[in-house]
Design a protein around this ligand. Sequence first.
Ligand code: TMP
Length: 211
Amino acid sequence: MISKSAPFITFEGGEGSGKSTQVDILCRALLKGGVDVVNYREPGGTRGAEEIRTLLVMGDGDRWTPTTEALLMSAARADLVEKRILPHLKDGTWVICDRFADSTVAYQGYGHNLGYDRIETLNNFTIGKLKPDLTFIFRLAPELGLKRAALREGVENRYEHLDLSFHRKVEEGYDEVFKRNPDRCVAIDALLDIDLISQLIFKEVKKRFNI
Ligand code: TMP
């Protein structure tokens, strides 16, 4: 059993879906309401995991084999879980993560065809019994998401450069995550207005965790 005394909430979705903006909005709303909360992004969140992130999000699409990529994502996650997420949850601090293990199912399991079962085995090894209590999955047609993502500046665009068929498979992966975890997952229509999305999210969080 994982000993934890605070909620663990994750945000998932394809490229350009607006989830990172909503992570910030939710955190600010919770802090304002007196909730002790921290947020992380994956891959990342510790010095080592940020170093691994630079290997993953920059450079050519074929820089890593799918298996190497899944293992690097998991290595970064293990560092974040052991050094930050578990200690915070144990202390009663809420944790919000911009991406977590479902991203590996969607991107490496489906996008790169490693399959659900192989990634589930890897995730079980990496995070053990730690599961998010609530996951928001942002849904957006990949054609549109990629267009939105292309407007962002920066060099972290290795996945954005992968072809549309990869991103369509990522969406299928999220469908499967949703189907297998209907109680944990809430789908968010990423085309809705930003304020409306943040209200829907806050309402769901309040309902689930009695704040
Ligand atoms: P971000 O753009 O949401 O910060 O995420 C970085 C990229 O890493 C994004 O394109 C999705 C990808 N990714 C995976 O492929 N597998 C994973 O397990 C995670 C956490 C992210």
